[in-house]
Design a protein around this ligand. Structure first.
Ligand code: F6R
Length: 256
């Protein structure tokens, strides 16, 4: 894993935006795996401001709540269109977001896997991390080889996400999420984490054992996973000084 610690969230976002801009420059028809939530919001704003060409890009979102109509303000469909897609030139047919209203959800999930495969696989998967270490909505104890499927959120995730809804009672308990095996097949992974509330999950994922109790720890097995952190999210890393040193001494040819 490449751990990139930046002094501020803004600086970490700018590194992440550069990584994605570089990919779209090198591969205009790239396939991106996208995330929702608070973490990617400033990144999406940065990408919109960069005026990149998304006309050949294909996207697959990680997850969606089951039971929320697409038009619900908290559905991940609404989130993605409001915060990214309506501001860029991506063709509508290139956008894929799990359908929490599909009549046959298990079939939808296996079809989603097929669509990712048919698109050539994901070039870069963007991830946030839950306070319990989840990636996508793969909660602790998820199989590390899981595929797209239905998951039940933990009480902690429902409580964390209550801030987007009127109350915790309104947070759907069930979701569709890409599996950990699906995520691990992406050619590049870029995990972002900002703020002190993520520090423990981040430290366990990077420096702890690989365990389904912290699903993000599986990224230790990925060959090209980058983790972009602000200082607050990096606060519990024992080797933070080493990670900073490595980044500051990156050879020019390794830069993005
Ligand atoms: C969202 C997703 C989740 C979030 C995680 C962190 O698509 O896959 O894993 O990335 O719950 O959420 P925020 O960024 O709101 O703290």
């Amino acid at each position: 894993m490449e751990i990139i610690i930046q002094p501020t969230t803004e600086a970490a976002v700018s590194v992440a935006a550069r990584i994605i801009a570089r990919l779209l420059h090198d591969k205009p028809d790239a396939v991106l795996g996208l995330a929702t939530g608070s973490t990617p919001l400033p990144l999406y704003q940065a990408l919109i401001a960069m005026n990149l060409d998304w006309s050949k890009v294909t996207t697959f979102n990680l997850d969606e709540y089951i039971g929320l109509p697409r038009a619900h303000p908290q559905s991940y469909h609404s989130f993605m269109w409001e915060n990214l897609f309506q501001h860029i030139n991506i063709p509508k047919e290139n956008v894929h977001i799990p359908d929490g209203h599909a009549p046959d959800i298990p079939k939808f999930c296996s079809d989603y896997e097929i669509k990712i495969h048919e698109a050539g696989g994901i070039d870069l998967q963007l991830l946030g991390i839950g306070t319990d270490g989840h990636i996508g909505f793969n909660e602790p104890t998820s199989s590390l080889t899981s595929r797209t499927r239905i998951k039940t959120l933990t009480q902690q995730t429902c409580a964390d996400n209550a801030r987007f809804f009127g109350s915790e009672r309104e947070v759907p308990h069930h979701v569709i999420t890409m599996g950990i095996g699906t995520i691990m097949e992406a050619r590049q992974i870029l995990l972002l984490a900002f703020g002190c509330q993520k520090a423990r999950a981040v430290a366990e994922a990077i420096e702890g054992p690989i365990t389904s109790m912290n699903p993000a720890s599986v990224l230790q097995m990925h060959q090209t996973a980058k983790v972009c952190l602000d200082e607050a999210a990096a606060a519990k890393l024992q080797r933070a000084d080493y990670f900073r040193w490595v980044y500051d001494h990156k050879p020019e040819w390794q830069d993005f």
